[in-house]
Write a protein that binds this ligand. Sequence first.
Ligand code: SF4
Length: 155
Amino acid sequence: MNYQQYFPLDVVNGPGTRCTLFVSGCEHQCRGCYNQSTWNPCSGHEFDRDMVAQIISDLKDTRVKRRGLSLSGGDPLFPANVPAILALVQLVKRECPDKDIWLWSGYLLEELSAEQSQVLDYIDVLVDGKFEQQLADPSLQFRGSSNQVIHHLKQ
Ligand code: SF4
């Protein structure tokens, strides 16, 4: 898996202060996508062991407490990304059990494959659905268009 950007301190993508990873790879081609540079799974940088270690270290940082990890893109559930994302969320829940994980995907919850669905066991919130330009609403919190649904999986 490749990633586009990593923000060790982020207060925009999800609730509270977070670490946010934007992965590469997306096949949805939403009209009006503001992240087209992420579509190519080969773009960006290799998501290597050092990056994983950096995320765990940042989540454990006691100087600036993070509430959790946000995974966006691109699409973290782009099929080729799933093995790396699954390994990441499993590690985060093992190493940092008090942190929540939010994940944004263009796939709908009900259409996830068996492989993609494995990730759901380790995340707290899935925001699903493609970005629909005609339903775009800048007043929405944590989603770009009103068709997208915030699923609180652990409630
Ligand atoms: S799912 Fe996100 S990254 Fe992919 S095309 Fe749609 S808006 Fe862009």
